[in-house]
Design a protein around this ligand. Structure first.
Ligand code: UT7
Length: 320
């Protein structure tokens, strides 16, 4: 028993914000942002928020899969920016699309959220407990960014992507996940803090804080490693892989991973130019664009690889 993606959908934030727009609010420029990151513009949400974008991506994924939301048994949403501590965003999506028979929960793995959520859904399908699941990556990091911090605010965008997956007899699905909790401070966003009536702390919210160079070094080392791991586990050669769909954090990270794997950059599709880093949403948004552009054919071997806060990483080799 294995897991197949049978439909995808995506929903970026409603408003496009260019590098020049950001140069009006912080001391930055298109000339700085573009060569260092690959980003030209990003989409920010102005109303939909995490759950709203997720619900639209989910609706489109069900439509693309040709299923009714009532057929879903499970919804797993990878997000680090839900609107509520509880209920989960997955429950909001369940209500919005009418997936009345699905259990749902959120999963927190920062930018690795979609890969972790897909691995989790695969485990449920493989065990036979469920047959059809909706896996979502959705983030609205623009509400967690300090808009006066040029080191971070230029990097992120908002969006959601979703995939419907089913249990199938044929094909394969090989995955690996990992984390290095000792490095948790490298990339953080503090949740609402503050004590209780005994501690007299004032409640406060944190902003995204990042040691960019540490994340960069970690990503270019760990991503090729975990990709090699899933290929070896499956006995698949790199030459057999059609696409490596990587978390869209930085064009230079993707270039460097391609070089380290000695694979042509054409096998590493990118849309970071238009969306920036949408965290858990970046992989499923790219996957959806490629699916709708007809770039993926049944039987293609593709690799998905995510990395981010935690520090976390994960890679999946699957047959389309
Ligand atoms: O999902 C995972 C999320 N994180 C990542 O993927 C981050 C990975 N890391 C990176 O992509 C890069 O480290 C960054 C793009 C974030 C930063 O590039 P960098 O080459 O590592 O720059 P830096 O942080 O070393 O900063 C170099 C200079 C500094 O100025 P000084 O101190 O040398 O005068 C910064 O203050 O660039 C300055 N700087 C900026 N200048 C204009 C930092 N951000 C900006 C900015 N505009 N937006």
């Amino acid at each position: 028993m294995t897991t197949k993606i049978i439909g995808t959908g995506s929903c970026p934030g409603e408003r496009v914000v260019t590098n020049d727009d950001l140069a009006n609010i912080v001391d930055t420029s298109d000339e700085w942002i573009r060569p260092r990151t690959g980003i030209h513009e990003r989409h920010l949400t102005t109303g939909l928020g995490t759950a709203g974008m997720a619900a639209e991506a989910a609706r489109l994924a069900c439509e693309n899969a040709g299923i009714s939301p009532e057929e879903l048994d499970l919804i797993i949403m990878g997000t680090s920016s839900p609107e509520y501590c509880f209920p989960s965003g997955a429950c909001q999506v369940q209500a919005a699309i009418g997936a009345v028979n699905a259990a749902g929960f959120d999963l927190s793995a920062a930018c690795s959220g979609f890969v972790f959520a897909l691995m989790t859904a695969h485990s449920f399908l493989k065990s036979g407990l469920y047959r059809k699941a909706l896996v979502i990556g959705a983030d609205d990091l623009s509400k967690l960014v300090d808009w006066s911090d040029r080191r971070t605010c230029v990097l992120f965008g908002d969006g959601a992507g979703a995939a419907v997956v089913t249990a199938e007899e044929d094909g394969f699905f090989e995955g690996v996940m990992g984390c290095d909790g000792k490095k948790w401070e490298v990339l953080t966003c503090q949740a609402r803090s503050g004590g209780n009536f005994l501690t007299e702390e004032k409640p406060e919210m944190g902003y995204i804080s990042m040691d960019g160079q540490e994340v960069f070094k970690f990503a270019v080392k760990k991503v090729p490693e975990c990709i090699r791991q899933v290929l070896d586990a499956n006995g698949t050669e790199m030459s057999e892989v059609k696409y490596y769909i990587l978390h869209q954090a930085n064009e230079r990270i993707i270039d460097s991973v391609a070089k380290r794997l000695k694979e042509p950059i054409e096998k590493f599709p990118m849309n970071i130019q238009r969306y920036g880093n949408t965290s858990g949403a970046s992989i499923p948004i790219l996957l959806d664009e490629m699916n709708r552009e007809g770039k993926l054919n049944r039987g293609d071997k593709i690799v998905l690889a995510g990395f981010g806060g935690g520090l976390t990483w994960g890679a999946i080799l699957l047959e389309w």
